[in-house]
Design a protein around this ligand. Sequence first.
Ligand SMILES: *Cc1c(COP(=O)(O)O)cnc(C)c1O
Length: 499
Amino acid sequence: MRAHLLNGTTTEHYRTSVLQGVERVAAALAAADRPFTGVRPDALAPRIDAIDLDRPLGDTAAALEELESVYLRDAVYFHHPRYLAHLNCPVVIPAVAAEAVLSAVNSSLDTWDQSAGATLIERRLIGWTAERLGLGPAADGVFTSGGTQSNLQALLLAREEALGRGAAPDRLRVLTSECAHFSVQKAARLLGLGADAVVAVPADDAKRVSVPALEAELDRCRRSGLTAMAVVGTAGTTDFGSIDPLPELADLAARHRSWLHVDAAYGCGLLVSHRHRRLLNGIEHADSVTVDYHKSFFQPVSSSALLVRDRTALRHATHHADYLNPRRAAAERIPNQVDKSLQTTRRFDALKLWMTLRVMGADGIGTLFDDVLDLARRGWELLDADPRFEVAARPALSTLVFRWLPPEPVGGSPDPAAVDRANLYARKAISASGAAVVSGTTVAGRHYLKFTLLNPLTTPADIAEVLDLLAGHAADQDAGHDGQDGQDGQVGGSLVHAS
Ligand SMILES: *Cc1c(COP(=O)(O)O)cnc(C)c1O
């Protein structure tokens, strides 16, 4: 069994095993002519359940061969130009190479004595990101597992700051847009804030939070003796890519002594954009910012960070454990990142961004992100000119939210419930066929379809073809040709990829 431990005497086994894995993935990528096979959970589960985990195969090649049928063949491939569903990006090769390095060396970023240079590399990248954000000389931050964790930590810091100023714990409020990410709600719950602590402020037609409504809410809090501990703006809402008016938010937050957190999990790609950086103007006033490199920097999951304007705020995440990061170490200025993190053992995810910058440069990433923004604009033009579809809003970044509408019936408008069913069905049918993976959301209570474009290799022709397929499925269902009663919008009775 010792032959499986990675060390200086097993490098040949290491080399061949990793290369065998690489070869399998390369073959799978080359063979994937669609983003998904459409496999259903009930078809895949028996294959996985049948494997006896107490009878090892003893050999990487055999385990990889088995992996073919339980995973690789039916995986969802984000690199495919017709994967249009969620905020998942195709990944850049320098980052994938870094992933192989970081898992093999296996540094842990909690303390200097488990990481050495890895800690300094993470710190450089935090500094680099903070500088791009314009957060000023006292900024700091830490890599996290994702936007959800970054938002949680931001609100933890905001809560502690408010409590430190004497606010009552049961009077705390978080003001954010109705279009904000659900992780804000979840974070508030985890932090023990009350059920009504998050106030969802209405957004305008462009899906940006309404400044007058936010101001009115802040005034209402003040009059009712509530503490608006944080204003959370979103730079790139998950559904619409809309960017809240950041300078106005900064103004209001400052006047009400609220912490301003900007969730740029999606919009952070603008930091390296050549043509659209100005969309983030005002972000430099934030007290904290969430960035997800694994969304718009073409990085593999996980790669994310929380940045703060004032590094002393991170003390709210500090705990000195005698065995790990004693006070003594802080006094000796030993760089222990665990002092700033909610996690203890933590991956060296920063290496992926480092390798990406060292190979491609920030401009390279920015070019790719600008390409998807251009594609979204082209996609919007196609949709806007297409009488089969209605578009919810102009794309602010790279999402398109739209729905299929039946041809105008004689003497009346279509039944909204029937339109919902047709759109739900179209989404599931296209995923089940594997021809494309698209997502959906609701707008004003009605079901819409959604493209999240993050692949620079997707073309307007791909978009046009997927729209034709969607319109075909929707029309079939609407005409009762979906092979069932058409009431539940399901394909073959199973909820395929309905996340
Ligand atoms: C995706 C997203 C999140 C959550 O980030 P994860 O990395 O998935 O945890 C938070 N906010 C916004 C706006 C997002 O789009």
